[in-house]
Design a protein around this ligand. Sequence first.
Ligand code: 5AD
Ligand code: SF4
Length: 476
Amino acid sequence: MAKTVYLYTVGCQMNVLDSELVASELLAAGYQLVHSPRAADVILLNTCSVRQHAEDKIYSALGRLKHAKQRRRQRIIGVLGCLAQKDQAQILRRAPHVDLVLGPGQLGRLREALEEIENGRGPVVYTSWPRTAGTRAEIARSFASFDPPRRSEVRAIRHQALVRVMFGCDKFCTYCVVPSVRGPEQSRPAAEIEAEVRRLADQGVVEVTLIGQTVNSYHDRSSGRSVRLADLLYRIHDTPGLRRIKFVTNHPNHMDDDLLMAVRDLPKVNPYFHVPAQSGSDRMLKLMKRGYTAAEYWQMLQRIRSIVPGAAITSDFIVGFCGESEEDFQQTVDLVRRARFKNCFIFKYSPRPGTKAAELLADDVPEPVKRLRNNQLLAIQNAISLEDNQALVGQFMEVLVEGPSKVGRKLCGPAAGQLVGRTRCDRIVVFDGQPELAGRIVPVLIQRAEAVTLFGALADCQPTPPLAACDACKAH
Ligand code: 5AD
Ligand code: SF4
């Protein structure tokens, strides 16, 4: 009988993709995926360590899995991903029933590790080198790229796919654990990415999202020629069957005009930029080592908007970073009010062991103040999102249908026909329609708006490819 595996994933899109690849590889090796840990011979948790809260959740899940192990001693419990790299063998001390600790740069050794454990040679800990343990090349090699053949059945939405174009980070923002758990910045060869996008489009994928921690610093030199993100967009743009291209996450210092012009000129590339500011205070930005001032970030926004009119821009902010005064926070509020982001992700600062901020700066903003600032900023952003979304009521938008909406999935009856999709500017749209529309781009008349969701109705006419920027995106 096939061995069964349950894979639980938390964290960013990099983790979502890693889990898809792990699932693809295990399926190819004859495993069967199951939806409950109870039914599984192998339980794998793909983890995140960007904030303390994410770690706490994993450790409490591991605590609960102790009984699962006691019930069946042969069951393998594995911790993959960023927490595995960060805490390494410490995980075995806190949760001795764990058999496997596998860092994100070691996923290629998963099958070898499972065999070792089955042969009684566990527990197994495979992690990459610390950032100070050798030359850059040696450390980079220890964070190996993991790109096995992909199976479409493991994707939540089959016609949309994430494509890794680079991994790791060399920015070392003082609060961030990513450079140590994901290793040095490495760009994948453009030819490999092109081939992957072609294979995905052949499987019926219509939208790819190129992902990297600082995706716009993508730089492949492997063929002897320099290929930047803008060049890559041109190279994949005409892939037959592909309709939309997105890329995340951008760093403000790499938002070159070449990239902006590529987004403007290539109809399949969405006019959408996720470009985290983190703070509106120069003092905080300096302590965070972000490498720009609030004025420089603002100028970058203006450049995006002048080259790509109507672009939707989203951002991340950290509130309550070390020493953040009320005045610093008000500068962030000011930036959020002026920038009119489509939406923002706001996080309370969480000290990460091993980072410069955790070592050198006091985490001195009290938790209630962090919470208050988080709520205040969110309320300001929500009001802006609502206002800007309301301006779209009455317009037709091109929507790529993802599938049944959450409500539609839960209910049988009339609401079961509710679909969810996204506009070119990455806005979420809910409307009634048949599930067979999943993967199609349809025109939707927007009738009502909330801060994060637009509601509309299918319009009759079908747009013909290639698609131009939709009017609503342009007008906005
Ligand atoms: N505390 C709080 N938020 C953090 N982020 C990264 N590190 C931390 C931390 N230590 C946020 C940043 C980043 C997003 C993915 O997570 O805003 O852009
Ligand atoms: Fe972390 Fe900064 Fe790198 Fe983003 S750019 S992953 S915040 S170190």
